[in-house]
Design a protein around this ligand. Sequence first.
Ligand SMILES: [Zn+2]
Length: 433
Amino acid sequence: MLAPEIESRPWAEQTALDDAAYREQIAYLFARSAFYRQKLGEAGIGSAAEAGPIAQIARLPLTEKQELRASVTPGNPIGSHLCATRDEIVRIYSTSGTTGTPSYIPLTAGDLDNWVTGSARSYAASGVEAGQRIVSTYNAGPFVAGAALASFDRIGLCHIPVGTGNTERLVRVIELLEPEAAVLTPSYAAHLVEWTAERGFDLRGSSVRRVLVAGEPGGGEPAFRAKLEDGWGAKVTEAMGIGDIGVSLWGECEAQDGMHLGARGFVFPELIDPESGAAIALADGASGELVLTHLRQRAAPLLRFRTRDHVQIAMSECSCGRTGPRVRCIGRTDDMLIVRGVNVFPSAVREVVGTFAPKVSGNILVRPAVPGVKQEPPLPVSVELAQGVAVDAALAEAIRDRLRSVLVFQTRVELVPWGTLQRSEYKSKLVER
Ligand SMILES: [Zn+2]
């Protein structure tokens, strides 16, 4: 652990410290944030005292990304949640804009330092250590992931940035510079396994012993993880953040049983029912949408921000000694479909299909018959076969039956030959829209 006294602190103690930071953060919002003065005022909360302790945070309204966008004006391109003056801001990131127009995320020097500190704890949880080499594959320059790369310096790693889009160069780096770790999206990690196999490069025999995946769900799906670990001959752990709140807030340890909150003390996690918005207690096994609150942010702090990540919580003790909640991302609320009342995450479909390896490649594509979230069964799903496996009606039927028994909805499974579905050097598209 980078900070054992912090990372193994009893969670109740952490919550007590968080409560003090939270009260200060709320007072700061009333003093500096036009957005939250108005929003909290409309909810009948006129002062920090009225907001109460962190234990009562669920009384406060949730914040949606759309509200922040709506507060942007020509005079204030960041939005009315901007709290800092121009000279206090040391960096401004853009979000990648996958869900709309880009938005800007300003940071003070303190904010940036907290981001890097939390991210470093998350990545160090994977077991990478000072003195080791790590190759990174993100074209992160303008995006918040850039701050995650700074956390490699903080850990004391030798960072070899290669970027996306040149697999040849990446493999050459692995071969010649012998990094102990590689950081990439799970999709790209899977693509590398195929790419190297086709060219006879022995990825399993390479120097890479740890593969750190982030950027999309997948690294925590048992079948998908097993495939990556087998292909790389390496341990696969995942990390997760959300641009508006912070990078790699969560990171998995070597026990591979969910991601620890590396950003503890900077961010407070909650769970809600994505439809009603009602709070769900952070209990072992609970699942829902992750909601995050900044505790020490200064430039543009957010309160009860809806991440749209659907997660499952583990509260049991972890063998590594870190305390507090662990999460596993089940999928993005934005990717969710509702098939006759049942919530369906494409990543969950992939996880079930993945259990049919080595007959399947692990690539799937959900193909909704009509636009929108609500779908009628059976939901069409294309499942790609492994190399050299022929289309087989009995296999399609077995996949369909297992999807029905595990996820409780009907599908129409179409088997497609190996190589049919698109590979990605960044993030995979699991739903055809
Ligand atoms: Zn652990």
